[in-house]
Write a protein that binds this ligand. Sequence first.
Ligand SMILES: *[C@@H]1O[C@H](CO)[C@@H](O)[C@H](O)[C@H]1NC(C)=O
Ligand SMILES: *[C@@H]1O[C@H](CO)[C@@H](O)[C@H](O)[C@H]1NC(C)=O
Ligand SMILES: *[C@@H]1O[C@H](CO)[C@@H](O)[C@H](O)[C@H]1NC(C)=O
Ligand SMILES: *[C@@H]1O[C@H](CO)[C@@H](O)[C@H](O)[C@H]1NC(C)=O
Length: 477
Amino acid sequence: MATVTKLSGFLHLLLFLPFHLLIDSASAAYPIGVNYGTVANNLPPPQQVAKFLKTQTSINSVKIFDANPDILRAFANTNISVTVTVGNGDIPALAKLPAAQSWIANNILPHQPQTIIRYIVLGNEIMATSDKALIAHLLPAMKTLKYALDQAKLTHIQVSTPNSLGILSTSEPPSNGRFRKGYDKAVFAKILDFHRQTKSPFMVNPYPYFGFVPQTLNYALFKSNGGVFDAATGMNYTNMFDAQLDAVYSAMKKLGYEDVDIVVGETGWPSAGDPNQPDSNLLNAQSYNGKLVQHVSSGKGTPLMPNRTFETYIFALFNENLKPSISEQNFGLFKPDFSPVYSVDVLNLKPASGPTTTPGSSPPALAPDRPAPGPVRPAPGPARPAPGPGSVTGRWCVPKAGTSNAALQANIDYVCGTGLDCKPIQQGGSCFDPNDVRSHAAYAMDAFYQANGHHDYNCDFNKTGLIVHSDPSTFST
Ligand SMILES: *[C@@H]1O[C@H](CO)[C@@H](O)[C@H](O)[C@H]1NC(C)=O
Ligand SMILES: *[C@@H]1O[C@H](CO)[C@@H](O)[C@H](O)[C@H]1NC(C)=O
Ligand SMILES: *[C@@H]1O[C@H](CO)[C@@H](O)[C@H](O)[C@H]1NC(C)=O
Ligand SMILES: *[C@@H]1O[C@H](CO)[C@@H](O)[C@H](O)[C@H]1NC(C)=O
């Protein structure tokens, strides 16, 4: 606990120190990047953002949720690398070579070589959408895009896809980590094989924020705690971040792909939340992100991956005022006027060559009414919980009223295709009667929801599922 107190004191101090007393740790080895999300109508223009990151922080990599040309232009000649996202909806088309070639010609080539593109990632947490068409096209699109990049002599640009921890069916203890049944060999072994062959990383978004319960808050926040012992490996876990990464590692190892690199595509903690989210607060956000930066930069690795450094993209650069909830609006390290929401190492304010003002005290001129670049898309980033000890009970997943029989049948096919036991709704099974598609879908959808940890997205079913708080046998849709 003493160390923790001292550290937060240090972090607090950072804010008030003159620049020249601060260490400049920007180097090739600095593993911390940020997600530059733009679901807001009050953000500064990209050129100012690029200049700010370049001159005032140690951050030398950003990840964006699209391929916004204004942002890619803004980072030209900054030596700050950009990871670009292909929108979910563009994935199926990119499985075909001419489409992949023209996507690169339109979105990447105009910025070469002046903007460093580090990764092109396909979609955002595709597995969590449960959209079979997207999932089926994901790996073909990754392969085709990589082939087209190589053809265009952009061999240094790697291809990946960010995954929520919902890809795991079990994550505790970490040695038990495994991919969801039906996705392990069929989907992830093949994706991991692509990563091994192309020397690209597997990208995951671990969020202790979505996994903690009151008793594990300190464990989630890298604060002093009793630890979690994994008897199978004899490892003692002192923070949930390591435990989540090792659960991913264990799942990869079970398929024989433990040598593939892992990149943390998103992680973070909100500095504010609704009244019923008291742990979404400034001190916890500061503690989580501060300790995260320190932990990741230490090169210590995790119990199962000692001495490994994981490139880690904090979510997020800015608070984003058009996100749907208070907590989602407050994941940012900075306010739109560039003042830090709180002080963490990542700010690591460098001696600026220009005027010696702090970013907080003298925000650059902004155009406050300028809309955020690009269309307002559905919120990327943390919208849903990852598996963890936070599962709720007393909730059921039922089909929404008015859902077509075709959609209900598609849900049954999907659930039973994941390897879940569907015998009860097959002829002779205990839940075969009433023998109609709605009853069978209700069984399958709820079975899937219950089996996968009661996460809202496990009851999405392409917007045909509804979570109810009373037993569905008494619930009529
Ligand atoms: C660019 O950044 C890399 C690390 O990201 C560093 O090694 C290199 O020295 C930088 N180059 C310049 C010109 O600043
Ligand atoms: C989801 O719904 C959309 C619009 O209704 C439809 O076009 C799409 O095919 C559906 N996807 C799945 C996997 O059912
Ligand atoms: C695990 O670590 C915690 C925190 O350092 C410690 O209190 C606990 O005794 C350790 N447990 C084991 C089994 O090593
Ligand atoms: C990790 O680094 C430490 C210190 O350099 C070293 O003693 C240890 O053997 C390394 N462990 C592995 C698994 O490489």
